[in-house]
Structures are given as structure tokens and as C-alpha cells.
Design a protein. Structure first.
Length: 205
């Protein structure tokens, strides 16, 4: 791979479903290494007093319809509005952190989003989470125990801290060097930027 792109996401971010479904294949096609980083976007949103959809019914209704339209455009399955919000304890995100540390993050996150969007299950709830992990050939109880251990919690906090330092405020966000691209609708732009090797910034001499 000649280039790399970091993918910051939160399991529970609605638009991240589209990127989780699309990003890996697009990155492979352009020979870009995609590096997956779960982080707590909720923490950053609380710090920034930035809640985009909860308690905003018109914006929420628009968001679901927009996701449905984009899913149809890209051939991503959409079978109706899933439960929202999910993963109140951020357990699914800590399991994703464990998976990132061990090298199986993409398959876990895809399975978690499939459970959420297609089967209307909260992937952070114990039974759906156990089923996801078992379906991936993992020891579910061991993974959950590891996800609750200090090492994984510290890594999750570390990635959240790094997102804060980069100026990230939402999920999904793509990062090349220190350049950030927020939203699934910026995925192609982010990949093009990474392939080009970070072209000159706007305003550069």
C-alpha cells in the first residue's frame, strides 16, 4: 500500500453505517491502507455541547431519510429505521477497540452494524453482542471481559484523546496526517487526498 488513511468511528454513529459498508472496498481499490480507530464521539460531543440529532425530531427524520437515499445510491442495505441511540455503556465500542488491538476490527464493526441496521438489535447489549462474537468464532465471554479491562479502556480513552487533539467533532471522520474529513460524504475526498500525498493546502504559497 502506497498511502494510508485513518478512519475514526463510533459504533452508534448513524452515518458511520455507510462508511463501514463502503470504506474498506474503496480503500483497497485505490491501494490505501485503512486504519480503524474506535473512539468516544459522545465524550467529545458532551465537551463541545454538540448533540446533532437527539431531541431534534425534524433533523432526526431528515437524517434517516438521507441515510436511506445514500444507501440506495451505493447499494448498501437499508431495511428501515433501526433503534437509536444504542450502546449506552459503549461496550460495543470497547470490543471494537479490543478488535483493533488484535487485528479483527473491520469484521467486528461490520457485524455490529449489520446487527443494528438489518436485525434492529443493539450490538452493545449482552445477547446480541455475544451472538456477534460467537458468529466471528470468538470466545464471547473472554472478549467482553477483555473489553472491560483497564488496558482496553485506556486504549479507548487514548484514541478519544487523539481525536480531540486532531480537532475531530463527529463520526465518521477520516484523517490523513493532520487533515480531517468529516462525514461519509467526504470519504471519496479523503481517499483522493491520501492517494495524492496531501496536496498543497488552501492558501499555501
Amino acid at each position: 500500500m502506497a498511502a494510508s488513511l485513518e478512519f475514526f468511528f463510533f459504533v452508534g454513529s448513524t452515518y458511520s453505517y455507510l462508511s463501514v459498508s463502503r470504506a474498506a472496498e474503496l480503500a483497497r481499490a485505490q491501494r490505501v491502507e485503512l486504519i480503524w480507530h474506535p473512539f468516544s464521539v459522545r465524550t467529545l460531543m458532551r465537551e463541545q455541547n454538540n448533540s446533532p440529532f437527539v431531541g431534534k425530531p425534524f433533523k432526526l427524520r431528515y437524517m434517516w431519510r438521507d441515510i436511506e437515499r445514500r444507501a440506495a445510491r451505493f447499494g448498501v442495505p437499508f431495511t428501515g429505521v433501526p433503534p437509536y441511540p444504542i450502546d449506552p455503556d459503549e461496550l460495543a465500542n470497547r470490543v471494537a477497540t479490543l478488535a483493533a488491538m488484535q487485528g479483527w476490527c473491520p469484521v467486528f464493526v461490520q457485524a455490529a452494524y449489520d446487527a443494528w441496521y438489518l436485525r434492529k438489535q443493539d450490538p452493545g447489549s449482552p445477547e446480541p453482542l455475544r451472538a456477534i462474537l460467537t458468529g466471528l468464532g470468538k470466545d464471547a465471554e473472554a472478549c467482553i471481559a477483555q473489553a472491560n479491562a483497564p488496558e482496553v479502556r485506556d486504549e479507548y480513552l487514548s484514541q478519544t484523546g487523539r481525536a480531540r487533539e486532531l480537532g475531530i467533532f463527529g463520526s465518521p471522520t477520516f484523517v490523513h496526517d493532520t487533515e480531517i474529513f468529516w462525514g461519509d460524504d467526504r470519504l471519496e475526498d479523503a481517499l483522493a487526498w491520501a492517494v495524492a500525498g496531501a496536496p498543497g493546502r488552501v492558501g499555501a504559497a
